[in-house]
Design a protein around this ligand. Structure first.
Ligand SMILES: *Cc1c(COP(=O)(O)O)cnc(C)c1O
Length: 390
């Protein structure tokens, strides 16, 4: 471990503060370090490994595709890409899909779609994208501009122009921005993940959807973290009774392989034409085969279990010693603690449970198929540590 630590420090760009643990292997929601010590994984790679580590069905789908063709350029047809696009459209009622490789790239595509839609319909001056304060949309210069948190912007100026930020929940403020600027689209997370696992107010979400209709700009929902079963519905917006024009997703979609998608509704489906956008790896057959395996197993019964597990976590942690509040939906949980969240996560790690933070909260994003007994063990441990650190 110490030589790995030195090697990593010497050669890997220093953008990540890593925990002093080497993750060597795993199965489901249990991972092992190089000495064989076991941990319960309550982060699933920041909500990525939806069916856990080295899931059998996922692995089989991926390996099978690897043996056929691992990559072709988008100059040719491959079947996993079309099959996954059809599956996504059938499950959302949306019309077409552009495949990218990450959440940030999915959002880049959505922003291009909104700008071209508005430019063609109303004129190129309709270019402003509204996003919410405290949001997170990615690390590229454009998605940083979309991200409504100043501290990510420092030292990377100038960012892509044309973004304004609205207070989440302030519908009157949103309407004022819509009247002040020539707006192409609104991009928002229905539950702000990196911002502290904060669900938007349903009236605000419905009101925003209505404004998008009235003023004919695109309603884009960033489902990179909330998507693919995480909240107990297939996509987070489905908890709110709205129909977005664009849904972006990534993280859990590939089950552990890099894939992003911008899913386009009625209004947005034909905006992009030949040459407007592209990606060398986009729609990669191996990533798509993994995503088909993930998505096709998320039926109503599976999603109901995610919801029930989430409810159990909320009931177990709410009002417990050292816990001020519990937020989120399904298996996307934020815990406001009396003790320092970073210290609590470090202590959980020592005790064999891997957790995340989101701002000042402890965040849990376990694999969606985590067995109830494993989940209970981990949550009881988190509860104990929160009490001890209070
Ligand atoms: C993680 C995340 C992103 C960025 O995804 P990358 O794959 O890291 O580019 C964008 N939006 C939300 C809501 C996220 O949680």
């Amino acid at each position: 471990m110490s030589s790995l630590k030195e090697q990593d420090k010497a050669y890997v760009a220093g953008t990540y503060a890593r925990f002093p643990v080497e993750i060597h292997s795993g199965k489901g929601s249990i991972v092992k370090d190089e000495t064989g010590k076991e941990y319960i994984d309550m982060g699933s790679g920041i909500g990525v490994t939806a069916f856990g580590i080295a899931d059998d069905a996922w692995q089989q789908a991926v390996v099978q595709q690897l043996g056929k063709v691992q990559h072709m350029s988008n100059l040719y047809y491959t079947s996993p890409c079309a099959e996954l696009a059809q599956l996504l459209c059938q499950r959302t009622g949306m019309k077409k899909v552009f495949f990218a490789n990450s959440g940030a790239e999915a959002n880049e595509c959505a922003i291009k779609v909104a700008r071209k839609y508005a430019a063609q319909k109303k004129g190129p001056e309709y270019s402003t994208i509204i996003t919410l304060k405290n949001s997170f949309h990615g690390r590229t210069l454009t998605t940083l501009a979309a991200t409504g948190q100043e501290h990510y912007h420092e030292l990377f100026q100038p960012l892509t122009p044309g973004f304004v930020h609205c207070e989440a929940g302030d519908l009157a403020g949103l309407e004022a921005l819509v009247k002040e600027y020539k707006v192409a689209g609104l991009l928002m997370e229905v539950i702000q993940g990196e911002g502290g696992v904060i669900a938007l107010d349903p009236d605000f979400v419905k009101g925003a959807a209505k404004l998008a209709q009235e003023y004919d700009f695109l309603l884009m929902v960033d489902e990179v973290q909330t998507g693919n079963g995480r909240t107990g519905k297939l996509y987070g917006y489905m908890n709110y009774g709205i129909q977005p024009d664009v849904v972006t997703t990534a993280k859990g979609l590939g089950g552990g392989l890099p894939i992003g998608a911008a899913i386009l509704g009625e209004k947005a489906q034909d905006v992009l034409g030949f040459g407007d956008h592209g990606s060398t790896y986009g729609g990669n057959p191996v990533c798509c085969a993994g995503a088909i395996s993930v998505l096709s197993r998320m039926d109503d019964a599976f999603l109901a279990e995610v919801e029930a597990k989430g409810k159990w976590i909320f009931e177990t942690l709410k009002g417990a010693k050292g816990i001020l509040s519990v937020s989120g939906m399904g298996l996307m949980v934020g815990i406001e603690t009396v003790g320092n969240a970073g210290e609590i996560v470090r202590e959980c790690l020592n005790k064999g449970v891997l957790c995340l933070t989101a701002k000042t909260k402890v965040r849990l994003l376990p694999a969606l198929n985590i067995p109830m007994d494993v989940l209970k063990k981990a949550v009881e441990m988190v509860k104990e540590v929160c009490a001890a650190k209070a």
